[in-house]
Design a protein around this ligand. Structure first.
Ligand code: SF4
Ligand code: SF4
Length: 85
């Protein structure tokens, strides 16, 4: 079965390091509730005023769930017109 990959735009400056994105990803794809198992990494830059670093790993399936669960607008699905009706 083929799944459509979504494109996700990142606005790291809006990230609060809440880790909801990583938790929903790890739970859905790995069956564990642990941010370190997520298919994206979110790291504190360590510098006050500097945005966190958000990186999608090669294992990311492009399902878009992380963006659905980011309530701060740091991850957002880009809307694309369907190829066929
Ligand atoms: S990207 Fe969004 S959901 Fe993920 S840690 Fe940052 S604010 Fe939270
Ligand atoms: S789009 Fe990638 S990082 Fe986001 S929930 Fe899906 S697999 Fe995880």
């Amino acid at each position: 079965m083929e799944h459509q990959r979504v494109t996700i735009s990142v606005r790291a400056g809006s990230c609060t390091l809440c880790r909801s994105c990583q938790l929903i990803c790890s739970m859905t794809h790995k069956g564990v509730f642990d941010p370190s198992f997520a298919n994206l990494s979110v790291e504190d830059s360590g510098d006050a005023g500097e945005a966190p670093r958000i990186v999608f790993l090669d294992s990311c399936t492009g399902c878009g769930l992380c963006a659905d669960y980011c309530v701060y607008g740091a991850l957002e699905q880009e809307k694309e017109a369907p190829a066929h009706e």
